[in-house]
Design a protein around this ligand. Structure first.
Ligand code: HC1
Ligand code: SF4
Length: 584
């Protein structure tokens, strides 16, 4: 520990912390724009400057280490004046059409101006950059960029993708891919993590809101919506409901109020995915037990940011991916076939909308691999944030909505589907079913949880002994099934290198593109610090643990589809509608 003085108060803090951290742990707030909790400090904006006794210049408190005996002042006239000048210089090169900006009233730059007491912009600078790059998933509006570099840090350090960085020099600096190419022309995974940390309106999802309103208002269209597991754990935050409150019932009610014709649940598709993916895993394991050549470990395929990453970075490892489409694509395929027949309407007259915590899903639905009979399985993706915009603009009082249920037949789900929304959940859901099919017994463990794989650490692993009395699985009797779970493309790289080098000890790997899973996807409400992540995870665990049915193979609405329409899991119709493959 070391002792220093901040604003005449003696404080003791651990060695190695910064002045800003020392201040924060002693309830002294230092304003900043570029600083981000839990990730490297950047020192780009300098708004956090403080006076340090003996130092000639003001110091950026986010990157200056606290030292024994240091005397710091965070709120002197010199400091306040410097912060204002820095702020006004940033504003001089910023598009200040705030009233027509998506971030109006949620913009951190606006809030900072209020905190600093800025009342006029003294410097009338030229605008250095007005480029707008609208990719399928993400729009970059460089007229609003304040060069804080949060997006660069996240893309490089958290996601390990390193797609964007400062291009050009000085006044012409632009945060962009090399040579200022569009995001759609480089190896961007469309994970959207850069949009989550952008403090202003420079990085955001490419909006699908108008297209969805248009479909809703078109009397000839049958507009069907489905919503992802993780949305229910976070959407309430947009309406002042405390983080960690499950909002499933209010969400279903809000979607009905928005006048979608049918309100379904991607959770239903998650249970269906487990039937398909579990069966696929068992087939690969059986071949492996017979000594036949088969791609193991099998790797999950439901996160489209992850799919894009493996295509760009490990294309030769594509056979390891499960052939399953993601749950919302499976649900879309069933809606436009089985459900269209049941309603007696042409699939061309349907418009399927997925509400997702993910920006990469906007790209996923446009892929040629995600079509059947010449039609897209899903027509539009709204992020959780975009759904919030629609609810607001329709004047719906979300917080006071009564609970309601999703519509049948694609609205019922088991607890296994809820946990898809956080890292480790898909694996656990698959094991709950696969283990029981092979052994005839329930997955052992605390309340159906495979404790080592549940959590938010970088790479988690578990091994489960298979003891099967069934002749069909005799080859697997006594096998130690080894599984691993990771999230965030940076962590996935570690596991995939092992696979590439041929020394991966695992049979099955779950990868999600965003660190922590969909609860902190690129389309979720923007506050995603550690505490919020845990609360969202808690909301989904609560949903799982409070359901009567918690294993996908127990979902009667999924089993009914096999009886009425699909036949067997992994059968010919399933393969046509629910599976796909990716080629180099
Ligand atoms: Fe996800 Fe999935 S879990 S990918 O994170 O497999 O986006 O929630 O919807 O499709 O179910 C996202 C979440 C989501 C799919 C499911
Ligand atoms: Fe980087 Fe993801 Fe943003 Fe692309 S979407 S620039 S990969 S953080």
């Amino acid at each position: 520990m070391l002792t220093l003085t901040i604003n005449d108060k003696q404080v003791s803090v651990p060695e190695g912390c910064t002045i800003m951290e020392a201040a924060k742990t002693n309830d002294i707030h230092i304003p900043s724009l570029c600083n981000m909790e839990g990730i490297h400090n950047i020192g780009a904006c300098r708004i956090c400057v403080v006076e340090v006794e003996g130092a000639k210049t003001l110091m950026a408190s986010c990157i200056t280490k606290a030292r024994e005996g240091m005397v710091v002042r965070t709120n002197t006239g010199r400091v306040r004046n410097a912060r204002k000048v820095l702020y006004e210089l940033m504003v001089s090169n910023h598009n200040v059409e705030c009233l027509s900006c998506k971030r109006n009233q949620s913009c951190e730059m606006q809030e900072l101006g209020r905190v600093l007491g800025v009342e006029n912009a003294r410097f009338k600078g030229a605008q250095s950059n007005k480029n707008i790059d609208a990719s399928i998933s993400i729009t970059r509006d460089m007229s609003k960029c304040v060069l804080c570099r949060r997006c660069v840090t996240v893309c490089h350090e958290r996601q390990g993708t390193g797609i964007i960085g400062p291009q050009n020099r000085g006044f012409k600096t632009e945060i962009a891919p090399p040579l200022c190419q569009p995001l759609g022309a480089v190896n961007c995974t469309f994970c959207g993590q850069c949009t989550v940390v952008c403090p202003v309106g420079a990085l955001k999802e490419t909006s699908s809101v108008d297209a969805v309103w248009e479909a809703i208002h078109d009397p000839k269209r049958c507009v069907i919506v489905q919503t992802a597991p993780a949305v229910r754990a976070a959407v309430g935050e947009l309406f002042g409901i405390p983080a960690g409150t499950p909002c499933t019932g209010k969400l279903a009610s809000a979607l009905k109020e928005l006048r979608f014709d049918h309100v379904f649940d991607t959770n239903w598709g998650a249970d269906l995915t487990i039937m398909e993916e579990g069966t696929e895993l068992l087939s690969r394991l059986k071949l492996f037990a017979k000594g036949e050549k088969v791609s193991l470990p099998m790797v999950t395929s439901c996160s489209p940011g992850w799919i894009k990453y493996i295509e760009h970075t490990f294309p030769e490892m594509l056979p390891h991916l499960s052939t399953c489409k993601s749950p919302h694509m499976m649900t879309g395929a069933i809606i436009k076939t089985y459900y269209a027949q049941r309603l007696g309407i042409a699939p061309e007259d349907m418009f399927v909308v997925s509400v997702m915590p993910c920006t990469a899903k906007k790209f996923e639905i446009t892929r040629a691999e995600m079509m059947n009979y010449g039609l897209r399985n899903v027509d539009a993706v709204l992020t959780t944030r975009e759904l919030g915009e629609m609810i607001n603009s329709a004047g719906i009082d979300f917080a006071n909505l009564p609970d309601s249920k999703f519509h049948d037949p694609l609205g019922f789900s088991t607890g296994a589907a809820d946990i898809f929304g956080f890292s480790g959940g898909v694996m656990e859901a698959a094991l709950r079913t696969a283990y029981e099919v092979i052994t005839g017994r329930e997955l052992p463990g605390d309340n159906l949880h495979v404790t080592p794989i549940i959590g938010l650490e970088d790479v988690k692993e578990a091994s489960i002994l298979i003891e099967s009395p069934l002749p069909e699985y005799a080859g697997l009797d006594g096998v130690e099934l080894k599984v691993a779970v990771t999230s965030g493309t940076k962590n996935a790289k570690t596991l995939m290198k092992q696979v590439k080098e041929g020394n991966s000890p695992y049979h099955f790997i779950e990868v999600m593109g965003c660190a922590g899973g969909c609860i902190v996807g690129g389309g979720q409400p923007r506050n995603t610090d550690g505490e919020i992540r845990e609360k969202r995870r808690g909301a989904l665990l609560w949903e799982d643990e409070h359901k009567k049915l918690r294993k996908s193979h127990e979902n009667p609405a999924v089993m009914a589809i096999y009886g009425e329409f699909l036949g067997e899991p992994n059968g010919p119709l399933s393969h046509k509608l629910l599976h796909t493959s990716y080629v180099k």
